[in-house]
Design a protein around this ligand. Structure first.
Ligand SMILES: *Cc1c(COP(=O)(O)O)cnc(C)c1O
Length: 407
């Protein structure tokens, strides 16, 4: 007999399709501090058919990616992987896996990202010791040596490419210092990888992370991480003591069984890798290998020098005075007296669809622009377009600079 019971009709929310319309992002030339524009071949790679995250074909392409990544970073570290997430996820993975509660993190703070490391490390129980420099200045070996002797850290954190200031940190002597003090060297290379020369093994870097959306011409979503033998030894020691990594998603002792297993060993599921992003990252690294790493570095420095010349012709000053200390990927230009920096950013976006960045943090907000000529966008024609747009933005505010060179 049919039941006379009638379930109450659930009310369904109003369908928003009429209001939301079609997906239609604007076209932009991305020349801020990141993301930069992805290479067309990277976009194409993302649209290839999906396979499973444990498919032998997927594991094989991850192995190719790892080999390419070792080349781009100049390391032989076996543990060199794509982390699911953006650069900050790979960063947090390095911190979470290598920090025992009470460990001293000597953190070199000369910009926004140093502040972030202090915050991140303290969340994992580190005792944070800050070594400070004014924003836009690099640390000397003597300063770092003195701070090491005073604070006896387990981890030294340095930012090789400070995206908030455009400064590049010299690495000479740091490796020897860290070994002498039995301290791990953790390096941020987010705005350098695939643009500014990096030699991780030569520099004795124990843990390093980066991002894909700056010089690698790839959208954000996966992030490179590498751990050297000294870092792996610390991880093993922690595991032996029964110290669990205080972050399940980024526990590299588990992810190791998925992404770093020996040839032929079973791959253990941990989480579903972002398949399409891994395709994209692999293609981005392939592009660098095809061009050649040294050629890629040279293209960045040629474009940078051309751009610095245009800025000088326009009568604009760079925040980092010494060209040898500047990044060749990210350029910090001083805002002239009487100019509204945010208005100029808006002008470039609205009139030319060009994105440039403003200053970050109290010290530099409104005082500089941050202009990224990174990866696919590290080309002279792009440098010229950005400089011309910036000049137009300045003239719209009544600025009268010198009329030298092509501008
Ligand atoms: C962009 C950036 C990061 C953070 O990367 P996300 O991909 O935004 O998480 C970290 N360090 C530096 C120096 C950066 O420029």
């Amino acid at each position: 007999m049919a039941s006379s019971y009638k379930a109450p009709m659930p009310t369904v929310q109003k369908n928003p399709i009429k209001e939301v319309g079609n997906l239609n992002p604007p076209t932009r030339l991305l020349c801020g501090p990141g993301p930069g524009n992805a290479h067309p071949r990277v976009h194409a790679a993302m649209s290839l058919p999906q396979i499973g995250h444990l498919d032998p074909a997927f594991m094989a392409l991850v192995e190719d990616l790892k080999a390419l990544l070792r080349y781009v970073w100049q390391t032989d570290n076996e543990f060199t992987i794509p982390v699911s997430g953006t650069g900050s996820a790979a960063w947090e993975a390095a911190v979470a896996n290598l920090t025992s509660p009470g460990d001293v993190h000597l953190t070199c703070v000369n910009g926004y990202f140093g502040e972030r490391h202090c915050d991140m490390a303290s969340r994992y129980g580190a005792k944070v010791e800050r070594l400070e420099r004014p924003w836009g200045e690099a640390f000397t070996l003597a300063e770092i040596t003195a701070a090491m002797e005073k604070t006896k850290p387990q981890i030294l954190w340095l930012c090789y490419a400070e995206t908030s200031t455009g400064i590049r940190q010299p690495m000479e002597g740091i490796a020897e210092l860290c070994r002498k003090h039995e301290c791990l060297l953790m390096l941020d290379t987010v705005t350098a990888i695939g643009g500014v020369p990096l030699y991780l093994d030569k520099w004795g870097v124990d843990a390093c992370y980066a991002g894909t959306q700056k010089c690698l011409s790839c959208p954000p979503g996966v992030a490179p991480l590498t751990l050297g033998p000294r870092a792996l030894a610390k991880m093993a020691k922690r595991a032996e003591k029964g110290e669990k990594v205080a972050n399940w998603y980024l526990d590299m002792t588990m992810i190791q069984k998925y992404l770093v297993a020996a040839a032929g060993a079973p791959r253990v599921y941990h989480h579903t890798a972002p398949i399409s992003m891994v395709y994209a990252f692999r293609e981005a690294l392939t592009l660098i290998a095809e061009e050649g790493l040294e050629e890629v570095w040279k293209r960045h420095s040629d474009t940078a020098e051309y751009f610095w010349g245009l800025m000088a012709d326009m009568g604009l000053e760079m925040l980092v005075k010494d060209p040898n200390e500047r990044l060749t990927s990210l350029h910090t230009v001083k805002v002239p007296e009487g100019i509204n920096a945010a208005e100029a950013v808006k002008h470039c976006r609205e009139k030319f669809r060009i994105e440039i960045g403003g200053g970050l943090g109290a010290a530099l907000s409104g005082k500089i622009w941050r202009i990224g000529l990174m990866g696919f966008n590290s080309r002279k024609e792009i440098a010229l377009q950005v400089a011309a747009a910036l000049k137009d933005a300045l003239m719209a505010q009544g600025w009268k600079g010198p009329n030298k060179g092509v501008l």
